[in-house]
Design a protein around this ligand. Structure first.
Ligand code: SF4
Length: 343
């Protein structure tokens, strides 16, 4: 691990200035991904700016009826927050499907959506990886690519985004608020993460001097009809092979609005507006779900070890939509911290 200097930021302004003044500086909050990457020499910041003292932990109502999630609120405090659990259970379920209780207690909302891919080769500095070292190649293309992308990949990178929370935020059409030397701006969630193209080292559209301050949830939370379905190799503490965040607005048996976001299949949370439009105004039937699933996977491309994800993805979409239709909005016991869960 490289040596580095360390400071604690006490204001947003000094955090931004400090970051801008050192090219290899990094913000650190929960540190649950960054410290792992530093230990294996994938990240080598020469300066760490600890932002945990910044006043960005609150979860508050927005004037438009939505909810603002502080960037430094922990994943656990967000998932268990009364208003999140009640109005945005899709988000709470997605957060609780990720990581472990201990990690969720440390990881922050801003850090969650900034976490980096878990591609094995990205973590292995003995292999070629365009994301870690631009221009070096992509070992996953001819390697073991079981966990890799089937949608939106490029010849330069086939990695997937690992976050569960981000998939729900994509379905909810959240907005990411950031601040930097040029001032404040708001990034629609669909524009926050990037596809790899010929620059896979860039995961998102955040500028180097910018810091996430909060994430805004619109008023519509799909609390009545939603599902987060995560399919993985083991029941807990594993990343998704395929995940689906589904939100439906229903009028009787008719779907009046559909949102479907997929995880584990692309470099960013994957939305397909054509497929969602296919369901709008239609009955909630297996046949219509099948059509939507086929549309979402129409351009999917498998590699040697991950073609199974195409059929798995179709089935997961159909099952998530069925679950969203049938769900009742009873309180979910998962939204209550247990007496054995660390806080
Ligand atoms: Fe690197 Fe992306 Fe290839 Fe993985 S898939 S080895 S992250 S370039």
């Amino acid at each position: 691990m490289n040596s580095f200097t360390y400071t604690r930021a006490t204001t947003l302004e000094t955090a931004v200035q400090d970051k801008a003044s050192a090219e290899l500086a990094k913000f650190i909050a929960g540190g649950t991904n960054l410290t792992d990457l530093m230990k294996v020499n994938v990240e080598g910041p020469n300066h760490l700016i600890d932002i945990r003292q910044l006043a960005l932990k609150d979860i508050t109502d927005n004037a438009d009826g939505g909810l603002r999630l502080g960037a430094l609120a922990t994943n656990a405090d967000t998932a268990y927050h009364e208003q999140v659990a009640k109005r945005y259970p899709l988000l709470a379920k997605a957060i609780l499907a990720g990581a472990s209780a201990q990690l969720r207690n440390m990881a922050t909302n801003g850090g969650n959506i900034l976490q980096r891919t878990r591609c094995y080769y990205f973590y292995d500095t003995a292999t070629a990886c365009n994301k870690r070292e631009p221009g070096s190649g992509c070992a996953a293309l001819s390697g073991f690519n079981r966990i890799h992308a089937i949608l939106g990949a490029s010849e330069h990178c086939i990695a997937v985004h690992p976050s569960d929370m981000a998939i729900a935020l994509a379905a909810l059409e959240a907005n990411v608020n950031v601040t930097g030397q040029q001032g404040n701006r708001t990034i629609p969630f669909s524009d926050f993460h990037r596809l790899p193209g010929d620059a896979p080292h860039l995961d998102n559209t955040l500028q180097p001097d910018e810091i996430i301050t909060s994430i805004d949830l619109p008023a519509k939370g799909f609390a009545q009809h939603h599902a987060y379905l995560k399919l993985r190799d083991r029941e807990s503490y594993a990343f998704a092979l395929v995940s689906v965040a589904a939100g439906l607005e229903m009028d009787g048996d008719t779907i009046t609005e559909a949102r479907i976001a997929l995880g584990g299949v692309a470099h960013k949370p994957w939305r397909n507006r054509e497929a969602e439009d296919l369901l709008t105004g239609k009955s909630a039937t297996e046949e219509n779900f099948k059509l939507a699933a086929a549309e979402i996977m129409r351009e999917a491309k498998g590699y040697e070890h991950n073609s199974f994800k195409i059929e798995l993805g179709k089935r997961a979409i159909m099952r998530a939509l069925e679950q969203a239709v049938k769900m009742s909005n009873k309180p979910d016991s998962h939204f209550h911290r247990t007496s054995t869960e660390p806080v």
